[in-house]
Design a protein around this ligand. Structure first.
Ligand code: HEM
Length: 422
C-alpha cells in the first residue's frame, strides 16, 4: 500500500502532486496553514504566469515573478484598479460591499485617483512624520511599560493591535479613550460573515453606518476649525476632497484606517516570528540595535508581505511573460511570491536583517498606487523596535502562531510570547 492511499480520502495533494491546471492559490486555507509558499515556488518554476480557470472568485491569472509584477503594477493604462470592474482584490469589491457602497482612491484610475491621493498624502509626508514621531514614541513606550515580564501573553492583542491602533488614533487625532473603535471598524470593513467577525451583512452595514456618523461629526467639527495636521482636518480643508460625496469621504477614511491597520499590525507580529525562527539574526540585532533596526524593518516588511496580492482587470489584451491576458480578464499580482523570487532577491526564504538594498521588495506595490503610507509604516516599526530593544533582551515565542484565514491579509490572530527584560 502506498503512503498516498493510506489517507487518501481526506489528504490534500501537495503542491508538487497536483496538476498545474488545478492549482488555485487563492484558497484562504493555504495561507492559514502556511503551505502556499510551496505552490508559489512551483508556479515560479513551471508556469510563472498561470491561469486558473475555476475558483471561488472565478477565473484569474496569477503573476508570481518579481519582474512580471512590476510590469503589471506600472501599467495602469491597460490594467485597471477601478471598482466598477471589481476593484483591487481577487474577491470582487461589489460582492462584499453589499449594502454599503464605498468609493476609495485605491480602487480608482487616473485622473480621480491622482487628485484624491494628492489631497491626503501631505498627512504622511516627511514633515508631518517628524511631528508625529515623538508622540508615537511616547505612546509606544507607555504600552510596552505596561506589559508583564516573564508571563505568557498574546502579542497580537496586547502589543501589535494596541500599537497600531494608537498610531491611527494619533494620525486622525481621534478621541483617545475610544480608539479601539478604529480597530473594530477596520476589521468590519474587510469582513464578511464567513470570517466570523460579523454575523451578517446587516450587522456589517449597521456598524459601518455608526462609523460614518462618528466621522461625519468629527469632519463637521474640523471643517469649521482652522486646518490642523491630522488626516480628517486635511481632507476637510483640501480643495480636492472638501466637497466630495459622502460615499467617497467614507471610502477614503476607511482606506486610511484599513491601510494602516492589518498591515502594520501583522508586520509587528511577523517580526517576532521571523526573529524567533532565526536566532542568529536576533543576536545580530541585539549586538547593535540602533544600527540594525532600519534595515531590519524593511526586511520584516518583505519577509512578512502583509498584503499578499493586489488585483487588476485588463482593459485591453496585454502580454506578460509570453502569455496573452485578454481584455476583461482578472490579473492577480502575488507580492508574496514575487518577494520570494530568487532571480531578484538572493536567498529569499531567509530572514536577513542586514541585506544590501533592503527596500527592494514588492510589499508596498509599485507604480501610481504604491503604498501612500510606506514611510509612516517604516517609521512606526522603527520606533516600536527601538523601544522594544531598549526594554527587552528577547521576545520569546512560546507556542504555535495562529495565522489569519485570508488570501489577502497575511497575518496572525494570536502569538503566545514571553518577554525577557535586560
Ligand atoms: C496602498 C501595503 C501601511 C495607506 C497600498 C498597497 C499595498 C500596501 C500593497 C497597494 C499598492 C499597489 O497597488 O501598487 C502596505 C503595507 C503596509 C502599509 C505592507 C505596512 C507594512 C500603510 C499605512 C497607511 C497606508 C500605515 C496609512 C496612511 C495606504 C493607502 C494606499 C495604500 C492610502 C492607496 C494608495 C493609492 O491607491 O494610491 N499599501 N501598506 N498603508 N496604502 Fe499601504
Amino acid at each position: 500500500m502506498t503512503a498516498f492511499s493510506l489517507d487518501a480520502p481526506t489528504r490534500r495533494p501537495s503542491a508538487h502532486e497536483i496538476p498545474l491546471a488545478q492549482i488555485d492559490v487563492s484558497k484562504p486555507i493555504l495561507f492559514q496553514t502556511d503551505v502556499v509558499g510551496d505552490y508559489f515556488a512551483r508556479l515560479r518554476r513551471e508556469d510563472p504566469v498561470h491561469y486558473c480557470a475555476e475558483s471561488a472568485n472565478g477565473a484569474y491569472w496569477s503573476l508570481t515573478k518579481f519582474d512580471h509584477i512590476v510590469q503589471a503594477d506600472t501599467n495602469h493604462q491597460a490594467l485597471s484598479s477601478d471598482s466598477k470592474w471589481g476593484g483591487i482584490a481577487i474577491q470582487d469589491l461589489n460582492s462584499i460591499e453589499a449594502a454599503v457602497p464605498i468609493e476609495m482612491f485605491i480602487a480608482m484610475d487616473p485622473p480621480k485617483h491622482d487628485q484624491q491621493r494628492r489631497a491626503v498624502s501631505p498627512a504622511v509626508a516627511p514633515g508631518n512624520l517628524k511631528l508625529l514621531e515623538p508622540i508615537i514614541r511616547a505612546r509606544a513606550g507607555e504600552i510596552l511599560d505596561a506589559l508583564p515580564v516573564g508571563e505568557e501573553i498574546d502579542w497580537v492583542d496586547l502589543v501589535a493591535i494596541e500599537l497600531t491602533t494608537m498610531t491611527l488614533a494619533t494620525l486622525f487625532d481621534f478621541p483617545w479613550a475610544e480608539r479601539r473603535k478604529l480597530t473594530r471598524w477596520s476589521d468590519v470593513t474587510t469582513a464578511s460573515p464567513e470570517t466570523g467577525i460579523v454575523a451578517s451583512f446587516e450587522q456589517r452595514r449597521d456598524e459601518l453606518l455608526e462609523c460614518a456618523m462618528y466621522f461625519k461629526a468629527l469632519w463637521d467639527e474640523r471643517a469649521k476649525a482652522p486646518p490642523q495636521p491630522d488626516l480628517i482636518s486635511m481632507m476637510a480643508h483640501a480643495p480636492a476632497t472638501r466637497d466630495m460625496p459622502f460615499v467617497e469621504f467614507m471610502g477614503n477614511l476607511l482606506l486610511l484606517i484599513v491601510g494602516g491597520n492589518d498591515t502594520t499590525r501583522n508586520s509587528i507580529s511577523g517580526g517576532v516570528v521571523a526573529l524567533n525562527q532565526a536566532p542568529d539574526e536576533y543576536r545580530k540585532l541585539m549586538s547593535d540595535p540602533l544600527a540594525r533596526i532600519p534595515g531590519m524593518v524593511s526586511e520584516i516588511i518583505r519577509w512578512q508581505t502583509p498584503i499578499t496580492h493586489m488585483r487588476r482587470t485588463a482593459l485591453q489584451d496585454v502580454e506578460i511573460g509570453g502569455k496573452t491576458i485578454a481584455k476583461g480578464d482578472k490579473v492577480v499580482m502575488w507580492y508574496l511570491s514575487g518577494n520570494r523570487d530568487d532571480e531578484v532577491i538572493p536567498q529569499p526564504d531567509e530572514f536577513i536583517i542586514d541585506r544590501p538594498n533592503p527596500r527592494h521588495h514588492l510589499s508596498f506595490g509599485f507604480g501610481i498606487h504604491r503604498c501612500m503610507g510606506n514611510r509612516l509604516a517604516e517609521l512606526q516599526l522603527r520606533i516600536v523596535w527601538e523601544e522594544i530593544a531598549k526594554r527587552f533582551r528577547q521576545v520569546e515565542l512560546v507556542g504555535e502562531p495562529q495565522r489569519t484565514y485570508s488570501n489577502i491579509i497575511r497575518g496572525f490572530t494570536a502569538l503566545p510570547v514571553k518577554l525577557h527584560a535586560h
